[in-house]
Design a protein around this ligand. Structure first.
Ligand SMILES: [Zn+2]
Length: 186
């Protein structure tokens, strides 16, 4: 089981991007099959009837990754990435709803609950909220070599997506120091 990167709990779109990972054993894709995708979606409260249409999800994942990369690099994203996210957000005509239990809460009510369109639209809507909202400036790529995950930098000094990545970087730095000292003492 992988530890979620900081911010994945706040942004399903960020979590979507991080379903493609690199591990010591090689690349991992949490959305490798329609069944994987369906179970990932249901873990995010976006259950779909039957198995998920993979293409729509993986296309959205590519597009959102491009938006996060552009944001972190301070550049304009590829135009089609913006189009893919906007089209996905329009796939389901959700309406904002007010739920008042313990207090007021905003909810989005999908037009077709349980459809792939509703799930894809919810993820795209979140991507738009994150990229265009107050969380945008916090989006960072993990700085550990060989890691492709993104996270929200909620603490100013955080540079990696997980303690595993941080430990790996520190171990590599230590290794480099040992080698340098050895070579310096020759
Ligand atoms: Zn990492």
């Amino acid at each position: 089981m992988v530890t979620a990167a900081p911010g994945e709990d706040r942004s399903p779109a960020l979590a979507l991007v991080n379903t493609r990972r690199l591990t010591a054993a090689g690349p991992v894709d949490d959305l490798a099959t329609p069944d994987d995708a369906a179970s990932w979606l249901s873990g995010r409260g976006l259950a779909v009837a039957g198995s998920a249409e993979l293409g729509r999800l993986t296309d959205l994942r590519v597009a959102v990754r491009e938006l996060l990369a552009a944001l972190a690099e301070g550049r304009t994203p590829a135009e089609d990435a913006v189009e893919v996210v906007n089209a996905a957000a329009r796939a389901d005509a959700a309406a904002p709803q007010l739920v008042w239990d313990a207090g007021p809460e905003r909810m989005w009510s999908p037009a077709r609950p349980g459809s792939v369109e509703a799930a894809v639209a919810a993820l795209a809507r979140d991507a738009i909220e994150v990229v265009g909202g107050e969380l945008g400036p916090l989006v960072r790529p993990c700085e550990a070599h060989g890691c492709v995950r993104y996270f929200l930098r909620e603490h100013a000094r955080r540079r990696w997506c997980s303690t595993t990545c941080g430990d790996r970087v520190r171990a590599a730095r230590h290794q480099r120091l040992v080698v340098e000292q050895r070579e310096g003492s020759r």
